[in-house]
Design a binder for this molecule. Structure first.
Ligand code: S3P
Length: 166
């Protein structure tokens, strides 16, 4: 097994799952999402894991889920928005065709700001978004072979742009 054909990274709400599913249909390969892997294995939602166990516990689960998916999966893989926080995960990602999806802050607030299920943006979405992106942008840039903006584009257009970028 050679690993995923495309790995999608980028902030929460940017459309990794939607675009990943489209890419898997287009390429005729399967789609996997590490957030979904964690929810399935834990039998509870990510927001509940954050509340019950704390972020560090979730990050440890995420690190293991990403490492497993990178070896086991040969289709399209989407990672949670914070997966790149882990240094050893970033080192693993260097070996794979990683594309980062991006969006500007207003689009982000529209897509995620009212979604209380996203624990990292629940209090002050605009401010928290800016802070998150300031710290994470360099990490996305470090692992991604290309950054594909999603603003004003349909999921189909983004999927095409991802293929063009690789
Ligand atoms: C997170 C993003 C979420 C999920 C968790 C933490 C983050 O995934 O893993 O809520 O730190 O950015 P999505 O990017 O799939 O929403």
């Amino acid at each position: 097994m050679t690993g995923p054909k495309v790995v999608l990274v980028g902030p929460m709400g940017v459309g990794k799952t939607t675009v990943g599913e489209l890419l898997s249909e287009r390429l005729g390969v399967s789609f996997r999402d590490t957030d979904a892997d964690i929810v399935a294995a834990q039998g509870r939602e990510i927001s509940d894991i954050f509340v019950d166990e704390g972020e560090a516990y979730f990050r440890a689960l995420e690190k293991a889920a990403v490492a497993a998916a990178l070896t086991e999966h040969d289709g399209i893989l989407a990672l949670g928005g914070g997966a790149v926080l882990d240094e050893s995960t970033r080192a693993l990602l260097a070996e794979h065709p990683v594309v980062c999806l991006s969006m500007d802050v207003e689009e982000a607030v529209q897509r995620t700001g009212l979604n209380q299920a996203r624990p990292l943006l629940a209090v002050n979405p605009r401010k928290q978004w800016r802070e998150l992106m300031e710290s994470r942008r360099p990490l996305y840039a470090e692992v991604a072979r290309a950054v594909v903006p999603t603003d004003g584009r349909t999921p189909d257009e983004v999927a095409q742009a991802v293929l063009d970028a690789l």
